[in-house]
Ligand binder design. Structure first.
Ligand SMILES: Nc1ncnc2c1ncn2[C@@H]1O[C@H](COP(=O)(O)OP(=O)(O)OP(=O)(O)O)[C@@H](O)[C@H]1O
Length: 244
């Protein structure tokens, strides 16, 4: 357990011995990771390293996964995705699917869940302060928005569920630099509000800006874990397992 997690008591999310498979292909090998309350943790690694598979396994979306996933002290290894979502874990997948025929407001309503004790409570107004672009187009159908705007809407819809923890799969990928900047600001704001985030990321600079700690995956194995500052200074790990 890291020092920062110890300070904050029991981990919010604790994954151990996670193995995952697509058909007969063994993709994750004994992955173990933790996210403490209020922590932003980066899950890093090159394309195909297993970042998305780790997130999908945590969310109960993989047909074949073994290992233990604990969330807020409960074993959720066998829970269904909708149950995990209702326990207060939000997931923003890489493909950022918005409901194309629904307006921004309607998309947000789809994500609404009751307020949770100890979790930040989100409203459309509060989200529009975080993402002013969305506030300018409440009636715009999701299908008529740019990729970056859709990304913001997907994150916002997930926050409408008032989660304790959000899994964010590559929020900076394939969006314009101005959106990347807004994503970084958004993550820092969420952190200030006390939310915990597990962030999948290939971009070291982005991860460095927003994360406390990092895990680096290669071919489904955790090859590094430590503080973000240590990772940024570790040229060997960066050269071997990241593209920088
Ligand atoms: N639905 C699938 N069926 C079979 N193999 C898959 C499937 N999805 C992913 N894989 C394989 O699993 C491995 C891990 O993929 P994963 O998407 O988790 O990586 P990643 O680190 O998230 O990469 P990326 O940044 O490209 O999304 C890769 O070898 C990939 O080809």
């Amino acid at each position: 357990m890291s020092a920062s997690t110890q300070q904050q008591g029991e981990a919010l999310l604790k994954v151990s011995g996670l193995n995952a498979f697509y058909g007969r292909a063994h993709i994750l090998f004994d992955v173990a990771l933790e996210v403490g309350r209020g922590e932003v943790v980066a899950l890093m690694g090159r394309n195909g390293a297993g970042k998305s598979t780790t997130m999908k396994s945590i969310m109960g979306l993989l047909d074949r996964a073994q290992g233990k996933v604990e969330f807020r002290g409960s074993d959720i290894s066998r829970a269904k995705p909708f149950q995990i979502s209702r326990m207060g874990m939000g997931f923003v997948p890489e493909d950022r699917r918005v409901f194309a025929d629904l307006s921004v407001m309607e998309n947000l309503e789809v994500g609404r869940q009751p307020a949770r004790e100890g979790a930040v409570e989100w409203t459309p107004d509060k989200l529009f302060k975080l993402f002013p672009n969305l506030g300018e187009m409440p009636d715009r159908p999701g299908g008529q928005m740019s990729g970056g705007e859709q990304q913001m809407l997907t994150v916002s819809r997930t926050l409408m569920g008032n989660p304790y923890l959000v899994l964010l799969d590559e929020p900076s990928e394939g969006v314009a630099p101005v959106i990347v900047e807004q994503m970084a600001n958004m993550i820092m704001t969420l952190k200030r509000e006390g939310m915990a985030i597990l962030l999948s990321e290939q971009n070291l600079h982005f991860a460095e800006l927003v994360s406390d700690r990092a895990y680096v995956l290669e071919n489904g194995h955790i090859r590094y874990q430590g503080s973000m500052a240590q990772l940024a200074a570790d040229e060997e790990v960066r050269r071997n397992y990241l593209s920088v």
